[in-house]
Design a binder for this molecule. Structure first.
Ligand code: AMP
Ligand code: MG
Length: 714
């Protein structure tokens, strides 16, 4: 076990022995001033604790892991590896040297700063630890010794505050010089000191190495023999990603070694392309801030800003019109199945007309909210239609919720009146009144979700979004006359808008279920079901339902595998703020993997960094959504509305987009993969919960000063 330097010593000795042999004499070996044992003794007994203090403070608060743009997340990688070579042009290499000289730094420092900047831009955060091997032969007496002297320094690249590259180079230079000043402390000593969590799957302290490689030691000069080095790869990778680079010919060249369990070769090739583009940019414009550096290739730019984004073109309309069209088309078709009884479109239409006239006479109209204190039932459907026809917005309120919450919702949303089940069917004595003319921007419903400040927030969704959503359902789920849609969601979640309008907007029937999970398992008379993956996880997949939509939470691959056999299984994604659904996957099967798919009809999506710039495919970013479905905002929360519904820089028409707080990334096939949340919002059995809401409720209790909430499995 020796280091690279030792190879040069070995080749030289080999040449001496070979030359002596040719000459028929015994080789003469000069005596070595020290041996490897002396070095080992020095390291253990002389060095002691010196320098350890430096590393303790230099590495305080080191991130335990950084996020790399891997192809496969959540795997425990083995050490299987591969390499991809690269070469930079003489021009770029000269530019790197010039940039180094201008900053009183070395070419290595430029490359290190660029690597840190690259990884930061690709999602690694602003504190990027890079392992840097050093020769470790600090004493000239060691120069001729064969042994393992090489050491690894952990150098952090501090990318915080979006510096210019020149500024970053200055920071790297300082850290590099200080680190080199303490390079004698062995890496294992630093690891022992910092005591990070160890894992067989990962190198401690660093996932990325950067080595400066001088290829000269590979030259074996034997008299009468022509030799040339042959690159040989071990098939292993010591860390997740390792870059070695150095002078070669008239430029810089090197290889990137990577763990094949994490990266595909093509991903590493595109990483190398980005590295080169970044270096080319900083050499030309070192004062440019890091976020301004364009990392996209032309193809990628087309994909993430055009091809994969979706289109806001869609057939719109208003909810009463959408329903009226179905009534006109097939008045006698079954619209609702409830408690063993069937109600036709015509019956539903007549009942909701009477309610609408009554509501209009009571002052309901556009911009007015009506509470629906009604459980999942025929009454809810009639109530919802009546309110919408009257031009109002319905506020679904679960009658089983605590009175305090019910009062809060009705008050906060400014409900002008509240309907209970017994208020919904009004007798036929009332005269028709003209119904108001609606605008797609008028609110259609208000749904409350958890609020991080401790108070639930109402999302105001307008009319325009739902018909577009129905259009997407018809196309993606094949909904239409003859379909029977199970209504499982609680009316107080917008998932019930998806179920009810998917049916009523397409001429299908709503099957009202009292016991969604049990019913889903037992009945064979529905064609379409939408449930959370948690429900799918506990049910047997032998149910005879042709189309199952998993929604609301991460769909585990194992659940997807079980439910995708013999039926259409889709994964739908969307926050309440964009009218239920923003993206839907293609039908899942075990060979396509789980994704949340792409934008639905009428919707555009972007994956952006903190500066609202599109990130490259494979790189995590925040998902932003635009289109007819984007809600008007939150009730009575102009500040929060302005924060989440932001101006859309990709819309020349001055539209807004919703910032979801969801972290996603584009797969190479243009499908989105869900990665996680940017904040403390969680899902507990499909329920959206802001941990902050729980914490502030706890902190409001007598005797509690501070509280922290977390989700635990089970
Ligand atoms: P809600 O507004 O209650 O529908 O919750 C929306 C949030 O649920 C999203 O912002 C995501 O965090 C999460 N979510 C919804 N659908 C999915 C999905 N298919 N996969 C992963 N997370 C999802
Ligand atoms: Mg939802």
């Amino acid at each position: 076990a020796v280091d690279g330097w030792s190879a040069g010593v070995l080749w030289r000795d080999l040449a001496a022995a070979y030359g002596a042999r040719l000459a028929g004499v015994a080789p003469v070996w000069p005596a070595l001033p020290v041996g490897y044992v002396d070095f080992a003794v020095w390291q253990r007994e002389v060095l002691g604790e010196s320098g350890v203090g430096y590393w303790r403070s230099a590495l305080a608060g080191l991130p335990e892991r950084i996020e790399l743009p891997v192809d496969r997340r959540g795997v425990e990688p083995s050490d299987r590896g591969d390499v991809v070579p690269f070469r930079w042009s003489a021009e770029l290499s000269a530019g790197i040297s010039a940039l180094a000289a201008a900053g009183n730094a070395t070419a290595f420092m430029v490359v290190q700063a660029a690597l840190g900047a690259l990884l930061a831009r690709l999602g690694a955060g602003v504190d990027v630890p890079v392992g840097v091997p050093v020769a470790g032969r600090l004493d000239a007496a060691c120069a001729d010794v064969v042994g393992m002297f090489v050491n690894t320094l952990v150098l952090r690249v501090d990318v915080s505050g979006d510096p210019s590259f020149s500024e970053l180079l200055g920071r790297v230079r300082e850290r590099c010089l200080a680190g080199l000043g303490h390079q004698e402390v062995p890496f294992e000593r630093v690891v022992a000191e910092l005591n990070p969590t160890r894992s067989v799957a990962g190198h401690p302290l660093v996932q990325v190495l950067l080595a400066w490689q001088d290829a000269a030691f590979l030259d074996v000069v034997l008299p009468g023999v022509v030799s040339s080095p042959v690159p040989l790869h071990t098939g292993c990778s010591r860390v997740d990603l390792s870059v070695s680079v150095g002078p070669d010919g008239n430029g810089l060249a090197g290889v990137v070694e990577f763990r094949t369990d994490l990266f595909d070769r093509s991903t590493v090739e595109s990483l190398i392309g980005r590295f080169e583009r970044l270096l080319t940019t900083v050499v030309a414009t070192p004062e440019r801030r890091l976020h301004e550096i364009d990392l996209l290739s032309d193809t990628e730019r087309r994909q993430v800003l055009d091809e994969w984004v979706g289109s806001t073109e869609a057939d719109g309309g208003l909810l009463p019109e959408l329903f009226a069209a179905q009534v006109a088309r097939s008045p006698d078709a079954v619209a609702v199945v409830c408690g063993g009884r069937e109600f036709t479109y015509a019956e539903l239409d007549a009942a909701s007309d009477r309610l609408a006239w009554h509501l209009v006479r009571s002052g309901v109209g556009p911009e007015r909210v009506v509470g629906l204190l009604v459980p999942r039932s025929l009454e809810f459907v009639v109530g919802m239609l009546g309110v919408l026809k009257a031009g109002g917005a319905f506020l679904p309120v679960d009658p089983e919720h605590p009175g305090e919450r019910i009062d809060f919702l009705c008050r906060d949303a400014g409900a002008v009146l509240t309907l209970r089940p017994e208020d919904v069917f009004v007798d036929s004595s009332g005269e028709p009144v003209p119904l108001p003319i609606l605008d797609p921007r008028h609110p259609a419903y208000v749904v409350y979700t958890s609020g991080s400040t401790g108070v639930p927030k109402g999302v105001v969704v307008s009319h325009g979004g739902v018909p577009v959503m129905v259009g997407a359902q018809v196309r993606r789920l094949g909904l239409g006359p003859g379909s029977r849609v199970l209504w499982c969601a609680s009316p107080s979640f917008d998932a019930s808008v998806w179920e009810l309008w998917g049916a009523l907007g397409s001429g299908a029937a709503v099957v009202v279920s009292r016991d969604p999970v049990g019913d889903l398992a037992a009945r064979g008379d529905v064609t379409h079901v939408t449930v959370s993956p948690g429900v799918l996880g506990v049910l047997s997949a032998s149910v005879s339902v042709g189309t199952v939509v998993s929604a609301g939470e991460v769909l585990p691959a194992a659940v997807a595998a079980r439910w995708s056999v013999g039926r259409r299984l889709l994964n739908a994604y969307g926050p309440t703020e964009v009218t239920v659904c923003a993206t839907v996957s293609a039908p899942l099967s075990s060979d396509v993997g789980v994704s949340i798919g792409g934008p639905v009809e009428g919707t555009r999506v972007w994956v952006l960094d903190g500066w609202l710039r599109a990130v490259p495919p494979g790189v995590s970013g925040e998902l932003y959504v635009a289109g007819a479905g984007v809600a008007r905002g939150y009730v009575n929360r102009p500040g929060l509305t302005a924060e989440r519904f932001v101006a859309n820089p990709f819309d020349g028409g001055g539209g807004r987009m919703y910032r979801t707080g969801d972290v996603v990334r584009w797969r190479p096939d243009g499908q989105l993969e869900f990665v996680g949340r940017i904040d403390d919002q969680v899902k507990v059995r499909g329920h959206r919960v802001e941990l902050g809401e729980v914490e502030s409720a706890l902190a409001g209790c007598e005797g509690v000063r501070r509280a922290a909430a977390a989700v635990r499995d089970g």
